[in-house]
Design a protein around this ligand. Sequence first.
Ligand code: ADP
Ligand code: ADP
Ligand code: MG
Length: 477
Amino acid sequence: MQKNIKKILIANRGEIACRIIRTCEKMGIRSVAVYSDVDRTSPHVILADEAYSIGKPMAYLDMDRIIQTALDAKADAIHPGYGFLSENADFASKVAKAGIRFIGPEERAIRLMGNKLDAKATVKPYDIPLVPGTEQAIRSADEATKYAQKIGLPVLIKAAAGGGGKGMRKIDDIKTIASDIERAMSEAQNAFGDPAVFVEKYIENPRHIEIQILADQHGNTIHLFERECSIQRRHQKVIEEAPSALLDQELRTKMGAAAVRVAQSCNYVGAGTVEFLVDAYRNFYFLEMNTRLQVEHPVTEFITGLDLVEQQIRIAQNEKLSIKQDDLHINGHSIELRVYAEDPNNGFVPSIGTLVQYQPPKAPSVRVDGGYRKGMEIPLHYDPLISKLIVHGTTRSDAINKMARAISQYQINGVKTTLDFGNFVMHHPAFVSGQFDTGFVDTHFYNTERGQNAQARIKNHSLIAVALYEKLKAMKA
Ligand code: ADP
Ligand code: ADP
Ligand code: MG
C-alpha cells in the first residue's frame, strides 16, 4: 500500500495551477508553486503554500530544474497540468526515477498516445473505428499523391507528433500535395522535433466529441460521458459543453465503451480523454488520446459532480475508483467559454496588454477558473488564456442563457477578448438549435459583415501578426 500524497509540486502556471492548488487545499495536501521571472506576482504563486523561482519564461519546460525543485521542497508528487511537460514521456519517467510520483499515466502510455500514428496502431485491434489514413509516416510526395488519389480529396496532412491544433494542412488540389508535404515535414520538425507526417481523409463538417475516462491502478476503467468541442478556431477549441446535443443514449453508450477500450489498449492509468470525430451520418472515428487533464474538464465536473483533480490524486496514491459506471448520471448541462486575450475580429490573433479593468462575474452556477488579476499584464510567452468561464444549467437552453448573462457581467478592459465572440455564439441560431459542426467559425462567424472584414484583414495583417508573435515569443524564451 502506497502512502498518501502530502505535498504536490505543480509544474505549471496560470488558471490550471490555481485550479490544482484549490483541490490540494481541499484535500489537506501542501501545494508547491514554481514561477518564471514574468510570473513572480501571479495568483498561483500567492495561492500556493510554497513557491520557488525557476528563472526564464520557458523554464516550465526545464525537466531537471523542476524535478530538483521538487526534491528540494520535499514534494512527494508532481502535477503537470496541461501543456508544457504534461504529455512528455521522458519527464514522467525522470520524475518516477527521482522517487517522486507523477500525477498522470505511465511513460509507456504517454509515449504511445503522444504519437498519432502509434496511437492509431495501438487501438486498432480493439475494434475502434479510425479515420482512414496512411498507417506509416509518409516517405515521399509520390506516396502521398498515390494515397490521396486512392481515398479521394480533400485530405489532411497531419504531424504524427502534433498537438494544440498545430501541424495540420488541408489539401484540396492534388497538384499542391508534393510541395505541401515538404512544407508540412519541415514545419513538423521545427514545431515538434519530429518530421513524421501522415495523410488522413478529411472528414467534411464533423463534430469533435470527446469522452473523459478515469482508470485506476487496479484495472477499473470508467467513462464520464462526452464533451462537445466543435466550436473551434485554428483547430483549437474555444467553447465546450457537456452533454452534446448530438448524442442520444445509444451513441453515448457506444462511444463511451469505445473510449474505455482505447484506455485499456495502452493500460491507461489516471484521467484521460479520447477524442473522436463524428460525421454527418453519426459514424464516429478515433482521432487521438490526450493523456492528461484537459482544459475543458470543468464541464464534466459540473454534470457529474466529481472533482477530476481529486480523482487524479486518489488514483496516483493507489486508491480504487469509488464510483462505478452505473452510479454515474448526467446532471443538467454545462458550457465553458475560454476567455482568451485574442481579437476575434482580427483572426483571433493574440491581444497582448494589461488588464486595466478586470471583474469576473459572480453568480450561483457560474464558475470562473482564472489566473490573472486586475492590473496584470498578459505575457506573450504563453497561451493567452485569461480564464475559463463555466456555467451549469438545468437544461441546455438554461445553460445558454446563464452563459450569455455571465458574459455580459464580465468586465475586461485593456485587451481584446473572446467574450464578445462567446456572446455571438450563445445567440446564434445554429448553436442554439444544436445544429453545428467544426466549421462553425468559418461558416457563421466569418460569414457575417464583421467576419468578412475580419477575413480581409486576416489575409493582410493577422498571418503576419501571428508569425511576428511566434517569433517574438521564441526570442523572449
Ligand atoms: P485541450 O484538448 O485540453 O483543449 P489544447 O489542444 O487546447 O488542449 O491544448 C492545451 C494546452 O496545451 C494549450 O496551451 C496548447 O497550446 C498546449 N499544447 C497541447 N499540445 C501541444 C503541443 N504538441 N505543442 C505545443 N503546445 C501544445
Ligand atoms: P491536436 O493534437 O492538434 O489536438 P487533433 O487530431 O485532435 O489534433 O485534431 C484537432 C482538430 O482538427 C479536430 O478537432 C478537428 O476539428 C480537426 N481535424 C483533425 N483531423 C481531422 C480530419 N481527419 N478531418 C477533419 N477535421 C479534422
Ligand atoms: Mg486533439
